[in-house]
Design a protein around this ligand. Sequence first.
Ligand code: LFR
Length: 468
Amino acid sequence: MTATVAAIDLGATSGRVLRAEVGRDTLRLDEVARFENRPVRVGDGLHWSVLGLYDAALHGVAVASRDASLASVAVDSWAVDYGLLRRGSLLGIPYSYRDDRTARGLELVDAVIEQPELWQRCGLQRMPFTTINQLMVDRERGLLEAADRLLLLPDLFGYWMTGRMVMERTNASTTGLMRLDGSWDLELMQRLGIPASLLSEVVHPGALIGPIDATTRAHFGIQGAPDVLAIGSHDTASAVVAVPMEPGGAYISSGTWSLVGIETPAPIATREALEASFTNEGGVDGRTRFLKNVMGLWILSESMRTWQAAGERMGLPELLDAAAAVDWRVPVFDPTDASFYPPGDMPARIHAWFEDRGQRPPRGRAEVVRCILESLAESYAVTLRDAARISGQPIERVHVVGGGSRNALLCQLTANRTGLPVVAGPVEATAIGSVLVQARALGAAPESLEELRALVRATQSLQEYRPR
Ligand code: LFR
């Protein structure tokens, strides 16, 4: 038996819809829609075009539902961002986590609770954009007074499709409002003045959210009556499901961000983990994603954008070839520095980073690209060493999944700097994690994560890089 299912995967720079046929020995995917995602700046800040994304995604589902009977659909996206609602209507336009109001949010949270205590409770890496910080800004601006619910973006899409409001567990774990054991931190919410009435019932990956309602199906021309299922709706949670790893394996989920870490049976909320800035996010099947958010190809894509605006005609493949040919040992910078979070002229920021420290900055585009990739690879290597030391789980092999797995230079530099073999692929790990968990819920795919990963290994093309 196989199941035909669809994944809506929203990334910070693009979204896509994939249709898949999944069985015990089958995993075939095809992309049916791809669309741009660009946050839009208006007077009060940087927002996501959620209606545009919803429209493009549901038209994609309609395409996926033609000439195949779709059993289910699921949505994932980046974490932390949300919509506020009142009596079922969305209030305002959801903010992008890259809006700089988050700096104010951090201050507001810090005034109530100190970082070590917060860490003990939720186990999350200190990041400016965590939901809890954003909510404090909403509160200060009086927005929470108007709201009676909060839905993270995949849950908002699920609600729009089905009429049912839920909060999926893996994404909920990125809000800062959830304790390490998966319960809501009601006491903390009270201290912060965030009303608990904003929360909805928590569902776990695999749960049925509900059928797509008839009005929605008719509006978008969706054939049949697919169900909306919960999956790891935090994109990184779904990506980790599809990492074809075995014991000793670590992962880098590489896209706009690089999420670097391991899977552990339980959270690790030790002082060492706090000091090394690790996060404990909820994984599918109750596992923990013990990882660090190490920035990602965002620095490169923003650099490309800056150069293209200045008339550069060389595309990414040519620039990567030129970067591979750079033959001096370029210096490295710390890509996790907060100065690289907001959109803008990354080459200038990199230049300033070295100048401020009295070091020779890279010159020319090829050197800058090489410098970005070497810096990312170096921070991966440090992070993986920390992950192994703190968890006591030895790391023998590194899996790179997501868009960055296509970047051969980055994969090779990662192998060199970690001294470990790197296995690259699959590129569409997030969508694969979504369709596997859907198919499993429908009884068409194997039960354990280990078997699901074996299915990925057996069906997807993977590339190995040896350290040089
Ligand atoms: C990756 C990701 C990361 C999260 C960041 C912001 O797409 O979901 O896991 O830290 O985006 O939400």
